[in-house]
Design a binder for this molecule. Structure first.
Ligand code: ATR
Length: 275
């Protein structure tokens, strides 16, 4: 499937926007759900540079679009554009799902992440270690701290986390070194190191095999998860979280149960297999 410039959009129903957007699997995921429910809806993808955000939303609304998923670097702009936002979005100042007609916005990334933690049997309040300080890491740290998890965070450039901690109403610990705190249940790689094929200087020695190593990336060999599984840890990549955030968006827009296993299957298909 080709991704279009928003200026070239034709009338449609739903879409994902971002920049870049070529690798988004959201069209496959949502189209699988439309197929399952026999819904005559379209789901497209459009490249939207940050400075064209408001103009693009106005244009797509005029073409009949009802909702958008929003990815990097537009999640903060989407938060500011919405008139009503969910508590999860409010806590982190970014969101990924917009209703164009009501100007409501929700963040489905965070409930999706927590739902996958629950699937792994990691209870609310458990000690978690988050690696990174970029957009995804910041949203996770704040929302998990808000939800009552015991959050420790490490980043190569510590000052980014110190700044976040100073501004955060939800307390979390900033680690000086990449050494997991005792009793940690899950270590989340929210850095971009895996995607670049780089490994992280994590101290693995203290970790027992019931610790979950969770990488938000997916779709290629991830050095972080390879190191974890070499040491006998449980591992999980970001594919199910991706499906869950899409499922929650689908359910919010359409009020129908999302067919998660069909949506998961669709993430393994190459773009272009749906017309
Ligand atoms: P985004 O907002 O997309 O999450 P970002 O702001 O570019 O991305 O952040 C990338 C994150 O990955 C940062 O936390 C970065 O660490 P620095 O803040 O020190 O730059 C981290 N990162 C990237 N490559 C890394 C590597 N090889 N080792 C450790 N951390 C790395």
């Amino acid at each position: 499937m080709m991704s279009l410039r928003w200026q070239d959009a034709e009338p449609g129903d739903y879409a994902v926007i971002g920049n870049p957007i070529d690798h988004s699997k959201s069209p496959q995921i949502h189209q699988a759900a439309y197929q399952f429910h026999s819904l005559p809806l379209t789901y497209e993808r459009f490249c939207v540079p940050l400075e064209e955000f408001s103009l693009a939303l106005l244009h797509l609304t005029g073409l009949g679009y009802k909702g958008l998923n929003v990815t990097l670097p537009l999640k903060e702009a989407a938060f500011k554009w919405c008139k009503v936002v969910s508590p999860e979005a409010e806590a982190v100042g970014v969101l990924n799902t917009v209703n164009l007609l009501t100007k409501e916005g929700i963040n489905t990334d965070i409930p999706a992440f927590i739902s996958t933690l629950n699937q792994e049997g990691i209870p609310q309040g458990a000690p978690l270690m988050i690696l990174g300080a970029g957009g995804s890491a910041q949203a996770l740290i704040l929302s998990l701290a808000k939800e009552g998890y015991t959050v420790s965070a490490w980043n190569r450039t510590k000052s980014r986390l110190d700044q976040l901690a100073d501004a955060s109403p939800f307390p979390f610990t900033v680690l000086d070194d990449p050494v997991p705190p005792p009793g940690v249940a899950c270590i989340v790689n929210a850095t971009s190191a895996s995607l670049a094929g780089e490994s992280l200087p994590l101290d693995w020695d203290s970790l027992s095999s019931d610790v979950l190593a969770y990488d938000l990336a997916y779709g290629k060999p991830l050095p972080f998860l390879e190191s974890a599984s070499d040491r006998g840890l449980k591992t999980r990549d970001g594919r199910q979280m991706l499906v869950e955030q899409g499922a929650l968006a689908f359910e919010w827009w359409l009020g129908k149960l999302a067919p998660r296993s069909d949506m998961l299957k669709a993430t393994y298909e190459h773009p272009g297999t749906h017309s």
